[in-house]
Design a protein around this ligand. Sequence first.
Ligand SMILES: [Zn+2]
Length: 396
Amino acid sequence: MKKIKLIVIVISLLNVICSAQNPQVQNLLNDVRLDSLTNFVRQLSGEKSVKINGVTDTIKSRHYQTIGNEKAFQFMKQEFIRYGYQIDSFAFNTNGKNLFAIKTGYKYPNRRFMFGAHYDNQPTTTIAPGADDNASGSSTVLEAGRIFSNYNFPYTIVFALWDEEEPGLLGSIAYVPAIGSNNDTLMGYINVDMLGWDGNNDSIADINVRPVANSITLSNRAQSCNSIYNIQLGLHIVNPGNGSTDHAPFWYNNFSAIGIDEEYDNDFNPYWHTPADSLGQFNLSFYQKCSKLAYATLADLAMDTLNTVGISENTFAAQFQLYPNPFTEQITIHSDGQNELIKKVTLFDCTGRIIFEKQVDNHYTTLFMSEIFNNGVYFLKVFTSENSFVKKIIKQ
Ligand SMILES: [Zn+2]
């Protein structure tokens, strides 16, 4: 009996998770243009000239010891200004400078999602296109800037372009420890580094993740977005994820982060860090899919309007008991009030997304939650005929 009940609950949870498409996110994905993405790659990799402050120029390299590195910074800054963003930058040594473009959330301005890529490159030759590594990621961030500017989000979104990743993640390592010092909460970070190469045409991308903070939840969210929005990538979950790019300092500082990247282990780009790393080597359909996966995940997280509880706990009325908490497999909610029946319970994850809802009409209900959830923090909202209460619960 218990077993049957459990199966029914698990199936209904999967239904909720798989069918939750947000039409606004789909609209945003429809705005993605491959010609716009590749145009940014051409400009950042020197295949096409750029206009910087009205002057025509060519970015021949973005290596941190070349003038092209600064040109790339100025070009990207100008693009984000054009799309109406507030700009910030963070200098961490004589030449090293990260660029940030900020879109303030209308509901939770102090809760931010970040989306970033490094813009510096290799090798040290005069001509160094660095198209895959990492004009591909930088262009995906720029295209996000173009598209996301047309939408409003309850959460703040910060686009980040990191400098000096190649000499050892210097830009992100210098910046990440300072996150949160101004009362902002980082809800999650998505990094993209190399999205253009799919040599065996298998449409497999990596999601790099580690069990830090709510990183696994982000990774799960990316996976469900891949199916909900029919992006058609095969996803290879790498846990513990690769530590050699800018998502790593987020993990080291206990933030939630994932990296979406081409398949590093089985299908590595042979032109990596050579002067032949050009747009001509891209698998364009794969590149667009990877970009869409990043956009869907970011937008789905940052747009969570209807499904959001605001994640503020209020006092559980005295007549309610909720036990055990922390829990491992099941949790029971009990009302001692003679007339106050529990009508509905809704479970949210830490980003405010509804995990499931259960209709109840009783003084108590037990939720069986061993099958699906990762360990971590959730919020349970209990509706009665009179009131509603939010309680933080912890699965361990
Ligand atoms: Zn890279």
